[in-house]
Design a protein around this ligand. Structure first.
Ligand SMILES: C[S@@+](CC[C@H](N)C(=O)[O-])C[C@H]1O[C@@H](n2cnc3c(N)ncnc32)[C@H](O)[C@@H]1O
Ligand code: SF4
Length: 363
């Protein structure tokens, strides 16, 4: 008897959207204002005037008309925008699913979380930078921020809001990742670790000094990764790439980003200016005709081709934006990606040796 093929309508829809470059997601950086002072923050405000609230509403309408399904409010700290609640409510009124990226500080207050719950958000992603106040606050430079963020997790869970917990890996927290995972898992949360520290958007490379050394990543992609993820193997593609696609990632394809000045960008990491949202009639036309977007889509395919030539090609998680800001070339192999790929390859090689010994199928 033949097996019934496994179908997943959501994944199928996402796969088709990716293949046809139909952007279902958008990230909207509504302000660069923030109540934290994270040493490594990639934000690079230019001093220009940020969009006014009516202009933000106009941008939201254009995104909803274009068919964006999932709208992420981020920043800066989106919740520090003076009209955050009106903007979040408008997002929902326009029929888009609302995601909020937050440092969790303001969500440490139950009343704030209950107000958010009334908007029916799709999910909230919270950043945690350590398992102890000392490590988290060494990055945020805000006393009491650890307790607030952990309280936010409890408040969000209690209010029934879906939460993803995120932890960028730095020298300050590299020895307590299991503790960070446990903080999340104790609350039933999905926890993701980001192994790449990016330069600032203006090209300043200072944040890279917080990146753990290469020896740590050798360990991270080996036994530590599997311990953190309960035996799961490290991924061999970018989280935003679609299975079977020619493109390295979803830049200019599965979504786009709008910065606080209204500039449309291919994604949060690849910040080439496409156009200003206030100066276009509709996103539909610019999405198909913009030379910048078309070039970026081509570059994402070229990146896959280039990586295939590298000895560790199939193990790369490569970001064109980080490549451009770090090497001056969107296809330039930057050291972090290369070190990570080499370490992931070793893990797979090691497993294959074990496979041969005990006769299990290779990974
Ligand atoms: C710019 S913040 C905006 C949302 C919110 N303020 C927060 O901190 O979660 C988006 C995410 O980028 C991370 N981040 C900031 N600068 C970074 C860098 N240089 N490298 C890697 N991740 C960074 C933050 O920790 C956060 O998870
Ligand atoms: S909380 Fe987010 S936006 Fe604010 S400084 Fe930290 S990383 Fe940057």
């Amino acid at each position: 008897m033949s097996e019934t093929p496994q179908t997943n309508p959501y994944r199928d829809m996402m796969g088709k959207a990716f293949a046809n470059a139909i952007p279902l997601n958008a990230q909207f950086e509504i302000t660069y204002r923030c109540n934290h002072l994270c040493t490594f923050c990639y934000n690079s405000p230019t001093g220009q005037r940020e969009l006014t609230t009516p202009q933000i509403f106009e941008a939201l309408k254009k995104m909803a008309d274009f068919g964006v399904l999932y709208l992420t409010l981020t920043g800066g700290e989106a919740m520090c925008h003076k009209d955050f609640w009106a903007i979040a409510a408008e997002t929902r009124r326009l029929g888009m699913a609302l995601r909020v990226y937050s440092n969790g500080f303001l969500l440490g207050d139950k009343k704030v979380v209950n107000r958010l719950a009334k908007l029916g958000p799709h999910e909230v992603e919270i950043s945690l930078h350590g398992a102890r106040p000392e490590s988290h606050e060494a990055l945020t430079h805000i006393k009491g921020s650890f307790d607030k963020t952990v309280q936010a997790l409890d408040n969000l869970v209690e209010a029934g809001i879906k939460v993803n917990l995120k932890c960028p890996i730095t020298k300050l927290n590299q020895d307590e990742l299991i503790g960070v995972r446990d903080i999340g898992e104790k609350r039933g949360l999905f926890v993701t670790f980001d192994p790449v520290i990016t330069p600032k958007d203006d090209g300043n490379q200072d944040p890279l000094s917080l990146r753990p050394d290469d020896a740590f990543f050798e360990r991270y992609w080996g036994e530590l990764y599997q311990e953190l993820h309960h035996g799961k193997l490290p991924p061999r593609a970018n989280h935003c790439a679609a299975e079977g696609s020619e493109a390295n990632c979803g830049t200019a394809r599965s979504g786009f980003t709008i910065d606080p000045y209204g500039n449309i960008l291919p994604c949060v990491a690849f910040r080439r200016q496409v156009a200003n949202i206030l100066e276009i009639d509709s996103l539909e036309r610019i999405w198909r005709t913009s030379p910048v977007l078309n070039e970026v889509r081509d570059l994402a395919v070229q990146a896959s081709d280039e990586l295939r030539k590298h000895k560790d090609g199939q193990y790369f998680q490569f970001c064109l934006g980080v490549a451009e800001v770090q090497t001056g070339d969107p296809l330039g192999i930057y050291p972090q990606a290369e070190v990570n790929a080499g370490a992931v390859r070793k893990t797979y090689e090691l497993l294959q040796i074990e496979d041969k010994n005990d006769g299990r199928k290779s990974a």
